[in-house]
Ligand binder design. Sequence first.
Ligand code: PEP
Ligand code: MN
Length: 346
Amino acid sequence: MIISMKLHSTKQEIEQVCERIADFGYKIHAIEGEERVVIAAVGVGDVTPCLESVEAMPQVEKAVRISAPYKFVSKEFRPGKSQIRVNGCEIGGDEFIVMAGPCSVESEKQIMQSAEAVAQAGAKLLRGGAFKPRTSPYDFQGMEEEGLKLLAKAKKATGLGIITEVMSDRDVDLVAGYADVLQIGARNMQNFSLLKCLGKCGRPVLLKRGMSSTIKELLMSAEYVVAHGNPNVILCERGIRTFETVTRNTCDIAAVAALSELTHLPVVLDPSHATGKRSLVPALSRAAVAIGADGLLVEVHPYPEKAVSDGAQSLDLPQFHQMMADLRPYFQLWKASRVTEAATAV
Ligand code: PEP
Ligand code: MN
């Protein structure tokens, strides 16, 4: 249940409402907005008696039952879109944010060349895995802390924010020491001990959709992170596994639009893992902008043919540059519709 307090309610009025909810045995999370306080009551059982009681209190504007099992991430909890600040830019705001870089950090030369090129083309964050979730134990597993140090060096040189994957709750503090955004890979979307740990990591989290996960399961995983204390979650559609074999995964582009109806969290698209083919990346990127995603996570490599992972789906540097140039008119349309949406929402 979500309770919206009247504008400028006093501390005492809010406490009275919280006490009433607590009398019914529900757990309370109050979120203070600039003008209005919203209270989430979480618990089991029929909320009707509590809802009716709270609704009758004069300081309460509205109390709504949340039918979805996720609460904090639902649109009912926050009708607009959440903006997440990362290294001086805003994801979910009025700029389409591109995050780009290699699948894996491989060497200083590779990451520095990538960082300089993607920054020049207009990306705001540099991606690159230092801990890699590989299907085979014999494949390259990542440079680990040495890779994180190279990412930090690239950040220093270019000013780009860093997004990199963390695979285990053991490494959260280490990765959070270097990264601006912690990426949770598709294979770990339901690693619940990792999700709980992210609640306290102090960094925004980009949560990728599991390859066999429903939209609802993705939202439930995001709910874990938020319920454990971290409201800064970005969702990422990266394709799901179907019977199709031409593409590596099947891009569920409708999920981007569906998520925007269900949640206030920003949503980005990863066109690289969604297709597995670099030739398809520009078309899907255009689709992401057109459908109103908040950004892209794209794989780019200075020499894709030499990449230790995901070379076939990585754009080379000139291709990325060209794609960004080709997207420019789409970005303008995107921005115009964002501004209109924001104006009509007020
Ligand atoms: C990646 O971003 O390189 C990656 C491993 O992605 P996913 O978890 O979506 O497979
Ligand atoms: Mn990859």
